[in-house]
Design a binder for this molecule. Structure first.
Ligand SMILES: NC(=O)c1ccc[n+]([C@@H]2O[C@H](COP(=O)([O-])OP(=O)(O)OC[C@H]3O[C@@H](n4cnc5c(N)ncnc54)[C@H](O)[C@@H]3O)[C@@H](O)[C@H]2O)c1
Length: 100
């Protein structure tokens, strides 16, 4: 696949809320610029979204669950070796209170 400008070649981007409007558009745009993208969202939207680019790897995350966040980011780093760009576009429906 060719890239538009290649500005993000060799960069790894993680996008939360990637099945949503803003996150999805950013994931596709970053992939078009050459980034390898981990597209994170809740399990169901991640499973049903079809991204255009094969540079996009879907991964489920629940941003309301601290263990899920840790697990997803650990898995993302394991798969792609690090994080260059993080976009937080996930939209929680209700505030989360973390246990102290
Ligand atoms: N669309 C706009 O014009 C606009 C403008 C300003 C700010 N925002 C803010 O930007 C954010 C994204 O907007 P959008 O239009 O892309 O929203 P969207 O509803 O299209 O996408 C949000 C995504 O977050 C995901 N999500 C919800 N709860 C989650 C959870 N617990 N764990 C992981 N993912 C979860 C949803 O599944 C969805 O795919 C929102 O916070 C919104 O308020 C949007």
């Amino acid at each position: 696949m060719t890239t538009r400008s290649g500005r993000l070649v060799d960069k790894v981007a993680i996008i939360t809320g990637a099945a949503g409007g803003i996150g999805g558009a950013i994931a596709e745009a970053f992939a078009d610029e050459g980034a390898r993208v981990i597209a994170m969202d809740l399990a169901r939207p991640v499973a049903t979204t079809r991204w255009r680019s094969d540079r996009i790897t879907p991964l489920s995350i629940d941003l309301a669950d601290r263990a899920s966040i840790a697990g997803a980011f650990t898995e993302a780093v394991k798969r792609l070796g690090g994080i260059d760009v993080l976009v937080t576009a996930g939209a929680l429906k209700a505030p989360v209170t973390w246990p102290t």
